[in-house]
Design a protein around this ligand. Structure first.
Ligand code: ATP
Ligand code: MG
Length: 333
């Protein structure tokens, strides 16, 4: 029996962070045994708001791949491929742009949020506004039905499915499958400042490659409950970043619930919960950092992983492009 296809990826805008771990990498590790999984290094999408810094986009390609391999993505099971080297993705994007309106792109809640957080105002790069159509191309080119993503991405999957329905309606048959977002219960992890979501581009992240000192400093600076001044004061758990992170990473749920109750009643200091979080993050990141440092010594191997994965992805995506072009009744030489 053929396995269901999973497609996800990351923009190559910097090393991955613990938001990625909680939001998508954990799911991807689970899927690589049960599904046929493709991971896309989204360098073209990275350019949509980083065209001024192509060096960053190129370097981050290796950073992101090192992160994948370091957390346990196995290239024998998961295909890691490079977006800019899969021309069918660009061709499908161009085609799909005719199946979506500018108004619909502007209404997309993810795009609206990102436009705000990047401070674009009216100066939105056209490529940025259109990236949902490119993401639809990415997902459908692999005929993926499962897309493990963070909560911020859900509206993009909805937009992909709208495009798919239009294409299928035009073709008069199911050329492309609809995709389902798989979103972990933690939703989106906020940044260490507790404001926007943790993101590579906004400097509010703890990287999966963070040093012990960086982890300690980030936890120390973390926002808790501003009303919780003395240990004996009752404290708020909701909106408290330390507890949000404990919810995402503390596997001892019973103790965590007990600590939450104690914090709400009063009598539990911020330093204790921060110590607990720091220990958990240090233990999570240490083995990833070590494996990453080993792999970083083998750049030729890392490039081979990307080259081989991209070659495999190329034939898959070309086949889909042919299906779509023929299915729509467009001219084929
Ligand atoms: P950038 O700032 O360049 O947009 P990013 O940190 O938002 O980077 P992306 O490459 O855009 O990362 O996202 C890749 C995947 O990681 C997506 O599925 C996204 O939903 C998930 N993700 C990113 N940030 C978080 C977060 N803070 N919490 C949960 N999931 C996240
Ligand atoms: Mg993002």
């Amino acid at each position: 029996m053929t396995k269901p296809v999973v497609l996800t990826g990351d923009r190559t805008t910097g090393p991955l962070h613990i938001g990625h771990y909680a939001g998508s990498l954990r799911n991807r590790l689970r899927f690589q045994d049960s599904h046929e999984q493709f991971l896309l290094l989204a360098d073209m999408q990275a350019l949509t708001d980083n065209a001024h810094d192509p060096d960053k986009v190129r370097h981050s390609l290796i950073e992101v791949t090192l992160d994948y391999l370091a957390v346990g993505i196995d290239p024998a099971k998961t295909t890691i491929c490079l977006q800019s080297h899969l021309p069918a993705l660009a061709e499908l994007s161009m085609l799909y742009l005719n199946f979506v309106t500018v108004a619909r792109l502007e209404r997309n809640p993810t795009i609206k949020d990102e436009i705000r957080s990047r401070g674009f105002g009216r100066d939105i790069p056209a490529g940025f506004l259109c990236y949902p159509a490119a993401q639809a191309a990415d997902i459908t080119a692999f005929k993926a039905t499962v897309v493990p993503v963070g909560e911020d991405q859900a509206p993009l999957i909805e937009q992909t499915n709208e495009i798919v329905r239009r294409i299928n309606a035009t073709a008069g048959r199911t050329l492309l499958p609809e995709a389902q977002a798989v979103i972990p219960p933690v939703g989106r992890l906020p940044g260490v400042d507790g404001k926007a979501k943790m993101s590579k581009s906004t400097g509010n992240a703890i990287a999966l490659s963070a040093s012990p000192d960086e982890i300690a400093a980030a936890v120390k600076a973390m926002f808790t409950d501003p009303q919780h001044l003395r240990v004996e004061d009752p404290g708020q758990v909701e909106g408290n970043v330390v507890f949000t992170y404990l919810d995402a990473f503390d596997e001892d749920r019973a103790t965590l619930e007990h600590l939450k109750a104690q914090y709400r009643r009063g009598g539990l200091g911020d330093s204790k919960i921060k110590r607990r979080l720091e220990d958990i993050l240090q233990a999570l990141i240490a083995p990833i950092r070590e494996r990453r440092a080993q792999l970083a010594k083998e750049p030729a191997y890392v490039l081979d992983v990307i080259r081989n994965g991209t070659a495999k992805a190329r034939s898959r995506t070309e086949a889909t492009k042919r299906d779509v072009v023929e299915g729509l009744g467009l001219f084929v030489l």
